[in-house]
Design a protein around this ligand. Sequence first.
Ligand SMILES: NC(=O)c1ccc[n+]([C@@H]2O[C@H](COP(=O)([O-])OP(=O)(O)OC[C@H]3O[C@@H](n4cnc5c(N)ncnc54)[C@H](OP(=O)(O)O)[C@@H]3O)[C@@H](O)[C@H]2O)c1
Length: 239
Amino acid sequence: MAEQRAAIVTGASSGIGLAIADVLGQEGYALTIAARRPEKLEAAAAGLREKGYDVEHVAGPLGAEEGVKAVVAAHRERYGRLDVLVNNAGVGIGASVAEIDTKKLDLQLDLNLRSIILFYREAVDLLRTAGKEHGAALVVNTASIAGKRGQPWLSVYSATKGAVVNFTEAMHKELSAEGIKSTALCPGFVDTPMTEFVKESVPATDMITPGDIGEAVRLLLKVSPACIIPEIQFIRPGD
Ligand SMILES: NC(=O)c1ccc[n+]([C@@H]2O[C@H](COP(=O)([O-])OP(=O)(O)OC[C@H]3O[C@@H](n4cnc5c(N)ncnc54)[C@H](OP(=O)(O)O)[C@@H]3O)[C@@H](O)[C@H]2O)c1
């Protein structure tokens, strides 16, 4: 790369987001990482800095508009450029339809969907500048295989992730001519804290690894500007 590029990764204090942040650091990107709990995020930031990466971290709830604005503002202040935005923070709360709790419904809508829309809005000027410069600004949105095939008990989560797939497609059509690519990641079970609830029936060793997702993002960074990968599904054997 001609000069240092910079990336934001949300939900980067563990699991998939941390693995993606690691790959971006390896590829020479300066990082802003964001997540909800400060201590966990600080520990992740310290681990990434130990690897020699340039890391800013911003803790706070990203379902809130102010949280989104704070991340983009801190990133803008520190680096002044944004080449890659990874909208990865998300939460899944299971419930059968009659038991859906309004607060939990809103939390999933706000974090999994609304915050992604707000991140695009807040960061699109920086992405446009990067797109103009090198034609390959990139937004990666972590959806889910549940966003391709709705799941019982995870109906709200499925709906938010389906909307992320669709919003990503819309952003591709709206922004790709300006050198801003958008990709939706759609994994099945990945071995992270989020899948603890299922590990009695699906062992962690039978799951996709966070590193698998990180390697897919490395591919997205390396393909030429004219090559768009709108969506990647990650499926386990037999699924
Ligand atoms: N694991 C899977 O099987 C799987 C499959 C498909 C898609 N996904 C998606 O992958 C993404 C990452 O999940 P993961 O599996 O890596 O889980 P994870 O290890 O639990 O990571 C979730 C990340 O999101 C952050 N986060 C949660 N709520 C937040 C909030 N309100 N505000 C800001 N940050 C918040 C967490 O920070 P705190 O810990 O501080 O809350 C953490 O950094 C999610 O969007 C998830 O839906 C996961």
